[in-house]
Design a protein around this ligand. Structure first.
Ligand SMILES: Nc1nc2c(ncn2[C@@H]2O[C@H](COP(=O)(O)OP(=O)(O)O)[C@@H](O)[C@H]2O)c(=O)[nH]1
Ligand SMILES: [Mg+2]
Length: 405
């Protein structure tokens, strides 16, 4: 029986097939250092956003994504002993089981201590080959503690033949920690060779079996992949690799980009509050540069301009992002007056014919007319501002999402 290539070694940025660090503390320190955007980045996005310049905002976002793209990510591969965890890691790394740097595999219990492996397909990602549940101790709590569950960013629960109670417990424990996990059913080649149903039907049965067991314990549906570690180009393996790439990017970028979002969100909210406070005063018209406060087209255009989501700004943004401008416009509730009025119940009510007739009747009453008209105008303007601010946040979120490679 082969011993793990590495259990607790010094971290060294060596060749991609060499297992890397088992020393979590240093990884975690680096991780947290990388996942919080630098003060400077927060400041520069604040400046760029305050100036309403999308190209500069995008530059800061891209710089942040680039900076965190080196953040180490730790992925735990766990399951019952013999399910094929070590073989799966080798397949993911694109190496054979017989190679010197491969994770030891075998029909007898082979993995006795956790070991980490790197892969050229996933730079700066450590794949942790854990001993199967029950290999070190009987209780799941002890297993979680011994394997340092809190330190992994993502879990891959490996199963084959049967999705057992151990798998369900594992899934539940990971979900309780608020971490993401996949269920990977391995040895599909064997199932296909030995079972009667055709491929599609068999896969459906396996999925059904996993889901049924998870649902019984009220565990949310995770991504499920059915693979053979002997055939990594077949079945769900390519899709699994793609999903993992995307999730690793999200693990790295979500925190830092969320922080940038909060910085911008605060500026948007402040802008919204300050403009709403001016509604009904001359200062409102001056700030937006509008001549007729009753011209709703003009008001909406001015609000778009004020928040940096006017046609020209969006055009600039789309060009920098390599997308069509309609893609950003399509997610705006305030893209034009008609859509805005339809999508907002307060504005919809105000545009009803009988409400309009009632308002015009009220306005003809001396002393009462003017305040009523002003009151409804204020409501409309405040709604415009709120919806355009919301659209600005939506577009910003989309830009951040689109920036994750
Ligand atoms: N046919 C087939 N055998 C597999 C597959 N994955 C693992 N095995 C075999 O299952 C046994 C246990 O695999 P191993 O990776 O050591 O399991 P672990 O204990 O979960 O790490 C070994 O004999 C592997 O060759 C697979 O996808 N297909
Ligand atoms: Mg193993």
């Amino acid at each position: 029986m082969a011993t793990p290539l590495l259990t607790d070694m010094e971290e060294s940025p060596v060749s991609p097939h060499t297992p890397l660090s088992a020393s979590f503390p240093s990884v975690v320190r680096y991780h947290s250092g990388c996942s919080v955007p630098a003060e400077a980045e927060a400041l520069s996005i604040e400046k760029a956003w305050a100036a309403g310049k999308w190209p500069e905002v995008i530059s800061v976002v891209r710089e942040t994504v680039k900076t965190v793209s080196c953040t180490p990510v730790n992925i735990a591969v766990t399951g019952d002993s013999g399910n094929g965890m070590s073989s799966f890691i080798n397949a993911l790394r694109g190496i054979g089981h017989e190679e010197e740097a491969s994770a030891p595999t075998g029909v007898v219990r082979t993995t006795l201590t956790r070991a980490s492996y790197s892969s050229s397909h996933f730079p700066n990602v450590l794949l942790w080959d854990l001993p199967g549940t029950g290999a070190t101790t009987q209780s799941l709590e002890n297993y979680q503690q011994e394997m340092q569950f809190s330190l992994y960013d993502l879990f891959i629960v490996i199963t084959s033949e049967e999705f057992s109670m151990n798998h369900i417990r594992l899934a539940k424990a990971i979900e309780c920690m608020g971490k993401k996990f996949y269920v990977v059913w391995t040895k599909l080649d064997r199932d296909l060779n030995t079972s009667a149903p055709r491929e599609g039907e068999l896969q459906q049965n396996i999925r059904g079996h996993i889901l049924e067991n998870l649902q019984k314990e009220r565990v949310c549906e995770p991504p499920i992949f059915l693979v053979s570690s002997l055939e990594p180009s077949l079945h769900d393996f390519p899709q699994l690799t793609e999903t993992l790439q995307k999730d690793v990017s999200h693990i790295r970028c979500d925190g830092p980009l969320q922080n940038l979002f909060h910085v911008c969100e605060k500026i948007i909210n402040d802008k919204m509050t300050s403009l709403q406070e001016k509604v009904g005063t001359q200062s409102f018209q001056d700030t937006l540069g509008i001549r007729n406060a009753d011209d709703l087209e003009e008001c909406l255009k001015a609000c778009h301009w004020h928040f940096g989501v006017d046609d020209e700004s969006l055009q600039q943004l789309a060009m920098r992002m390599g997308r069509a401008v309609v893609e950003y416009k399509a997610i705006m509730k305030s893209q034009d007056l008609q859509i805005l009025s339809k999508g907002d119940w307060k504005l919809t009510c105000m545009s009803w014919a009988f409400v309009q007739a009632f308002l015009s009747f009220l306005s003809s009453i001396p002393l009462l007319g003017d305040p009523v008209i002003r009151y409804f105008r204020r409501i409309k303007h405040k709604r415009f501002i709120a919806v355009v601010a919301e659209d600005t946040r939506t577009i910003l979120k989309q830009v951040l999402e689109d920036s994750i490679i």
